[in-house]
Design a protein around this ligand. Structure first.
Ligand code: FES
Ligand code: FES
Length: 187
């Protein structure tokens, strides 16, 4: 009887595999589905529609509002987050796509005691902002560049920040901030 059970199970699994192969990956949604994110080292269990972006999930459901929604279409960089070491536009990334990855936002850069990250401090010291809407994205992108190239050149910094736009035109002081943060980080 046992072997008969195993045989039926094997047949069922094979049939399911064939059906899946014929029909493609299982669709989820359109209603809420469980999505688990790891944001700034903390696990976040959400129930959201599969169409929800990473930015909306984090801002509206986790109440981490540091990263801004400006263009909401992948052109300005204000929403920049770091996912597994690479910068992404969170407004153009689905939350469901980045489950199991390490997500970092501007909210997680300061130390537990509230001391600003050297890049945040450098932006303050060099007055590298005006209205501030672009600033969280620039700060996160700068952190990503300096983690990749601790002794980054101007060219590497420019390239690392070329997906971010400052409508107030503070680019010169943003570059100053990045160069200053590099010196602090190197000690
Ligand atoms: S808000 Fe995401 S790129 Fe502009
Ligand atoms: S400081 Fe205003 S958009 Fe950059």
């Amino acid at each position: 009887m046992k072997s008969a059970g195993v045989t039926s199970l094997a047949t069922a699994v094979t049939t399911a595999t064939v059906v899946e192969a014929q029909t493609g990956p299982r669709a989820v949604g359109p209603g809420d589905v469980p999505v688990t994110l790891i944001v700034n080292g903390k696990r976040l269990d959400l129930k959201i529609e599969p169409r929800v972006t990473l930015l909306d999930a984090i801002r509206n459901r986790a109440d981490l509002t540091g990263n801004k929604r400006v263009c909401d279409r992948g052109t300005c960089g204000a929403c920049t987050m770091i996912v597994d070491g690479r910068t992404v536009y969170a407004c153009s990334t689905l939350a469901i796509e980045v489950q199991g990855k390490q997500i970092r936002t501007v909210d997680g850069l300061a130390s537990a005691t509230g001391t600003m990250h050297p890049v945040q401090q450098a932006f303050c010291d060099t007055d590298g902002l005006m209205c501030g809407f672009c600033t969280p994205g620039f700060v996160v992108a700068t952190v990503a560049v300096l983690e990749k190239y601790p002794n980054a050149t101007r060219e590497q910094i420019s390239k690392g920040l070329d997906g971010n736009i400052c409508r107030c035109g503070t680019f010169v002081r943003i570059m100053e901030a990045a160069l200053k943060a590099k010196q602090v980080a190197r000690g």
